[in-house]
Design a protein around this ligand. Sequence first.
Ligand code: NA7
Length: 495
Amino acid sequence: MDDVVWKGSGEGLRYAIVGGGMSGIMAAIRLIGQGETNFTVFEKEADIGGTWRDNRYPGLTCDTPSHAYSYSFALNPKWSSYYASGPEIHRYFKDVASDFGVMPHVRCNSEVSACIFDEDSATWTVGLTDGGEVEVDVVIAASGVLHYPKMPDIPGLDTFAGKAFHSARWDDSAVVDGARVGVIGCGSTGIQIVNALSNRAERLVHFQRSPQWIMPVPQFDYSAEQQEAFAKDNALIDAIRHDPDYWAAIYRFTDGITDFNSPQIAEIEEYCRQNLENSVRDPELREKLRPNYRAACKRLIYSWEYYECVQRPAVYVETGAIAQVEPEGVRMQDGTFHPLDVLVLATGFKADRFIRPAVVKGRGGQTLDDFWNPRPTAHLAVTLPDFPNFFMLNGPTGPVGNFPLIDIAEMQWDYLKQLLEPVREGRARCVEPTREAFEAYEERRIAAARKTIFGSGCSSWYLDDTGVPATWPWSYQAFVDAMAAPDWQEFRLEA
Ligand code: NA7
């Protein structure tokens, strides 16, 4: 590293944080913690909270236990249960943002439409859809992964006479109690909605194009006494967060996914298979619910209740192919007709968007769209060559395989903070990875990704357009190690 002094030295950097969800709030708190106040969190919606604001469907929970799905610096003694509900998690993020002084920095209803790098001044111009523009030194893209709903391409969908809506755009005016409800999709979302409506709807049809493997997990409420004890002694919360059994399971899983022939995957598969055999009584239903691909190939579903709920009298599992939606319901290719009042489309998200549709231009006017052709990627999931001082939190190729994403974001922050140190201290004005380092990473990553369980022959939102798993292909520990400190050989500092 050259010891040079940049003109901006000592004046403090200006930051734009794009997105007011879990990672954006964390980034803002970290900046405040290091005494920096020259930043704005741009939030496209009217409220913060990201995925926990968008998703309001009945039965929403996180698939990471609540005490683990908490910031390390803001433990929450009040979690009501082992897996907390969506509204409770949304409240938590809002409370933390408010308690840590983030809110004065948040600009809601401010969608970022462009980030343009100027090579002469080494600054980014952040454009907003309302026409506003802000100049900053650093962009933190914390825009989330699953925020653009994927609507199914089913003929006749717009002819449906009842209410039809995507799971992430829940229609509060839709009456589900005592109604005939169809739920299309059996990812985490469809499964949770079916659980919640299984004793509310008069008839509930669960349309499953590809049934899922279900990992049984415990669920229980915390008593008032336990919550009081947590408040008095954070060590009790830490004991849950660092529970050796929980971490052994995380390591078993994350080591296992790196190789679809691993004994860990065989063990997970057996566990899920036993769950199916032992929980579903009717042999016909059991076969309908049996996936025809490896466990954990799609994101594994964690549920303590799905098999119980799906066997309730009101629920019918439909595994045939949908022919079309008609005004009164859904017609299957074999002619079967399911009359419905409400149709919920739990059909997932466009997982390749990240900060897009914002137009991002780095050195030489290169666009992110071009850089991300054929696939979104980033060096170690955080930085991009030719996009100086541009950092991604929970960006492409980061770990998404049932890991606590909140931990991932915190580790990424600690890493990018180190990368920015020379810039903060005025020893450089820009930092970015070298193209050689990035290309070597990408080559290694793709080769490893093909061997992961995600690439073992099923469709899922983990796969990019070319069929390569877009996730971190190595172990959890490998990620921890990679984020511990930058390898400065891989970076270019511009004076
Ligand atoms: P997912 O996991 O992407 O699941 C989407 C589901 O919708 C899945 O079962 C799909 O079946 C199904 N789908 C999608 N399009 C269609 C059409 N056209 N017809 C029938 N079925 C369809 O999304 P989720 O919202 O459940 O979960 C996303 C993540 O959020 C989850 O992994 C957690 O991280 C939280 P397919 O498998 O493609 O056959």
